[in-house]
Write a protein that binds this ligand. Structure first.
Ligand SMILES: *Cc1c(COP(=O)(O)O)cnc(C)c1O
Length: 564
């Protein structure tokens, strides 16, 4: 089963979550979608990779929302045997002194160009394990700190051991976020100096060798966001054979900080946008954090109509998305508009199916969908309902929202309730719908079918953001706060618009949002027959989709990170 994959050396890509396809709910949001796009682009580019993640049998969760805007959570159980094949190898790790067996399921990603790439989904649900241990790989981001550390032991150490047991030759390891940093400990155990070569008191671990083999991408722009485990917990759970003095030197004295561990064990460290690399460099002085700005997978995120259009006017775009730079002069305005109308109709149909509400095709749709959490500030545009209504009176618009809150994120859940309350308050003047159970399929429909893509994060919290890039592939301009990728992507009036200045929005800047919506965005939409709106759509494609794609991102990882 694995023969076709083990003859060639590969990059092992470790990620706690990965969006392989819509039917497999092993992802929670942008991080997992990025992991999926990483795999998809490396497949198309012929960059041999093996992705390692958890089986997450109960998924993240399936979201329903009741009449009051309460989020209801259900297990998103899926059947691994339907999409993957069980591998008959298993390995063990020690957790809390017990032996925990780990097996894996093989998912084979098939690229649109015929490439095939293996993904190992780790699973502890084996009869030989304790009842509790069988659940370690069950819930994505579920449970407490103890559960999380167990998962990270399975992912990092278990994943590295299983790759070896299965006969993979790994030329480089890439940690997507700090969750998998324990894999570095496994490599340290593997690569030690011969005792004869050691001077007394010297560490036996061949750290330079481990560092050369590892790259790390950090995604978290604030100190509090990093996974951290108290050492008493670490002592209790982790295999005691590991030298704790070395561990503290690498992972922090007070607690085990997964980001610090990954930083110390990786020669190449990357932030996910230029600003995020700067923020990370300031947060971790003494390390060099590079910037390979994120991108999205061209074939996955261009809607059917735009794929067809690009195939016709810019053949080869899907493998070399740089070709989209010519979209502004090579594609007729009318064809762009038609492709967008098609995507908009798909969205309108979906909204009708999910909510019973019929949106109007000739009124602009403002789209906002992503994980619902405080720093994303989804409620910001509703700060002044009166103003919003006044604007809509002369220049009507419709709003489509979607997103899940982490079940433990009380603020996020409250935001969903507040958004529903705003929608009720605006009924009759502005149509606002909230689509339940945001996932990849819904993201494809929403980012393509909206007329304007909104984002209002609190800087510098949006490390990159990727949904606006998906919108760009469909000619949808962004109207966003200058943070993450948008600092690089925004050319005012050509690819979209900035909200406020780079310092983030104070309440004063909130008025800037309303003013620009009223004075610039909506008038341009309603005057589109003079071609200026289409120019903007083409600007999003030619200036942004041509660059903010995961092919460019992976070509850079391939040459700058993996090839050392
Ligand atoms: C792209 C995507 C995200 C990330 O959206 P951001 O705006 O970058 O936060 C989250 N969830 C899903 C399902 C996505 O497809």
């Amino acid at each position: 089963m694995l023969e076709e994959f083990i003859h060639e050396s590969r990059v092992a890509y470790f990620s706690m979550e990965i969006a392989l396809r819509n039917e497999i709910p092993t992802y929670a949001g942008g991080l997992g979608v990025l992991a999926g796009d990483t795999l998809r682009s490396s497949t198309d580019l012929g960059l041999a990779m093996v992705a390692v993640s958890l089986i997450s049998r109960a998924g993240f969760f399936r979201q329903e929302i009741d009449g009051n805007g309460h989020q209801l959570e259900y297990e998103a159980n899926w059947e691994p045997q339907r999409w993957t094949q069980a591998l008959d190898a298993k390995i063990a790790v020690t957790i809390e002194g017990r032996t925990v067996w780990i097996c894996a399921w093989l998912y084979v990603h098939e690229g649109y160009m015929g490439g095939r790439q293996p993904v190992l989904l780790l699973d502890t649900d084996l009869a030989e394990n304790d009842a509790d241990d069988r659940k370690i790989t069950h819930y994505l981001y579920g449970g407490d700190n103890i559960y999380r550390l167990k998962q990270e032991i399975v992912l990092g150490m278990g994943g590295a051991r299983l790759l070896q047991a299965l006969g993979f030759t790994i030329r480089h390891y890439h940690m997507n976020e700090g969750h998998s940093a324990l894999l570095g400990l496994e490599l340290m155990r593997r690569y030690t100096y011969a005792p004869d070569d050691l001077r007394p008191g010297e560490s036996p671990y061949d750290l330079p060798r481990v560092r050369d083999m590892c790259s790390f991408t950090t995604h978290t722009p604030i100190e509090a966001g990093h996974d951290r485990f108290p050492y008493d917990l670490v002592y209790r759970l982790l295999d005691s054979s590991f030298d704790i003095a070395t561990l503290k030197r690498l992972a922090g004295e007070e607690s085990l900080n997964m980001t610090r561990l990954a930083l110390n064990l990786s020669e190449y460290v990357n932030g996910v946008a230029k600003k995020h690399a700067e923020v990370s460099n300031a947060m971790f002085p003494g390390y060099r954090v590079h910037a390979i700005t994120n991108g999205v997978h061209p074939f996955t995120w261009a809607s059917a109509g735009f794929r067809q259009l690009y195939d016709q006017y810019l053949p080869g775009w899907c493998h070399e998305p740089q070709l989209l730079i010519r979209a502004d002069c090579c594609i007729p305005d009318e064809a762009i508009w038609q492709a967008h109308q098609l995507a908009k109709k798909t969205l309108i149909d979906k909204v009708a199916e999910l909510t019973g509400v019929t949106l109007q095709a000739d009124i602009p749709i403002l789209g906002f969908a992503r994980r619902m959490t405080a720093y994303k500030r989804p409620d910001l545009m509703f700060s002044d309902l009166g103003r919003l209504q006044a604007i809509a009176r002369n220049q009507p618009f419709q709003i489509v929202l979607a997103g899940k809150a982490h079940p433990h994120d009380e603020m996020g859940r409250q935001l969903i309730e507040q958004l529903h309350a705003h929608a009720r308050a605006l009924a009759g003047s502005i149509t606002v719908v909230y689509l339940p159970d945001y996932d990849m399929a819904l993201a494809q429909i929403l980012t393509a079918g909206s007329d304007v893509w909104l984002n209002t994060p609190l800087p510098p919290m949006e490390a990159s953001g990727t949904s606006g890039m998906k919108a760009a592939f469909n000619g949808v301009p962004s109207f966003s706060v200058l943070d993450g990728w948008w600092i690089e992507g925004c050319i005012e009036g050509l690819t979209g618009w900035a909200i406020g200045d780079a310092t983030g929005m104070s309440n004063g800047d909130m008025h800037a949002f309303y003013d620009k919506l009223d004075d610039v965005v909506l008038p341009l939409y309603y005057a589109r027959r003079d071609g200026r709106w289409i120019k903007l759509m083409k600007g999003a494609i030619s200036k942004n989709a041509s660059y903010f794609n995961s092919h460019r991102m992976m070509r850079r990882y391939g040459t700058e990170a993996y090839s050392r």
